[in-house]
Design a protein around this ligand. Sequence first.
Ligand code: CS2
Length: 423
Amino acid sequence: MSTPHPADEGRLVHLGIGNFARAHTLVATQRAGSWSVVAFTGRTAAMADSLNAQGGRYGLIVRGAERDEVSIVDVIDEVHPADDVDALVRLIADPFTAVVTLTITEKGYAAGNDPATSVPARLALGLAARREAGVTEPIALVSCDNLTGNGDVLREAVLAAADEDTRAWFAAHVDVISTMVDRITPSADDGAGALVTERTGLVDTVPVVTEPFTEWIIEDSFRGRRPEWEKARVQFTDDLEQHELRKLRLLNGAHTLMAYAGQVAGLERVDEAIGHREVRALVEQLWSEARSTLPLPTADLDAYTAALEERFRNPRLADNLIRIAADGSVKLPVRALPVIAELGGPDRAPGEVAAVAAWTAWVTDRVRAGEEVKDPRADDIAAASGITDPLERVTALLALLGVAAGDPLIAAVAAAEQRLPRP
Ligand code: CS2
């Protein structure tokens, strides 16, 4: 395994070491210094071998509109495959571990009782071991996924999987922290490894490509130790919700709309989608609706959407729409449906309705073309997409988002499908 870092402050365990965590949370933790980091993989267990073979180090390519900046991130002590539950339980039971950060994507928070498949169940098991070991020092579980109130969602899922004694012990010993994370991180391109080697000498099979922008806002409610993330310009706040809603509804909402409407229009990348006249007009529409649900000054929102547009237009980032299109059944209920409800129904939110319609149209096209839809509900999506009658098909697809039969959104989506730009 790799060289341990001199760590006197404590140990941080990270769950879900995909591209995003390696571009964002781990970079901030490196800047904070003095913490040992042990990571667990997400879906790709092979990432553990790759990173361990490189001593935990990897190249980070920050891809601006004009140039790349390449550096080596060297903060990870060791990486375990996600299913090494024994290792996770041992680490959580150890008082030196004070923080667990999570980037497990939206679907990782579904309630589940089986530690073989469910992250909340694994955490519940680890916390039971910590309780049994008599550890009194608080531990913080820090959610870094795109959900509203991500800490609350995590707390509920962990408590639902925990035994009675651990549930009783939890409030006095565990802080569950909500955070807003932001850094657009596409899949690395084929040339990324060679670029890292050329600039740094590191032979890297798992390089990360990301954008210059980065933001992390964390709820200020730690009772125990944590890395000095302030050194990485991380912000702490008592009012996280406004930051979360702004990011989820404007950035992620537009991403989701572009991912589906862009592909239905025959496009492949985010910069192409934002540069396409009709797709861009839909994004503008969605933004004006989402903005009206946010309690923020107009000038702040103007600056935010202008900055977003520039980020989306980054001509060198090559962020593929197919990356963002994954897991629509868990993203739309967070990013689009609440805006439609808050505005008083589909008539008041045509841009958000277009995002939902672009999803139903895209999954239908894909299933009928025999192509894969990456989604935790993929089987149900395939079955629903096969229904011939358009209203019945949309009804079955929207049921997967929790929309009841007869909801006015169904007819609105079926009509909006017809108006989507096509190649
Ligand atoms: C994207 C996010 O995959 C998606 O759904 O919208 O990964 C997005 O790139 C990040 O949230 C940006 O911070």
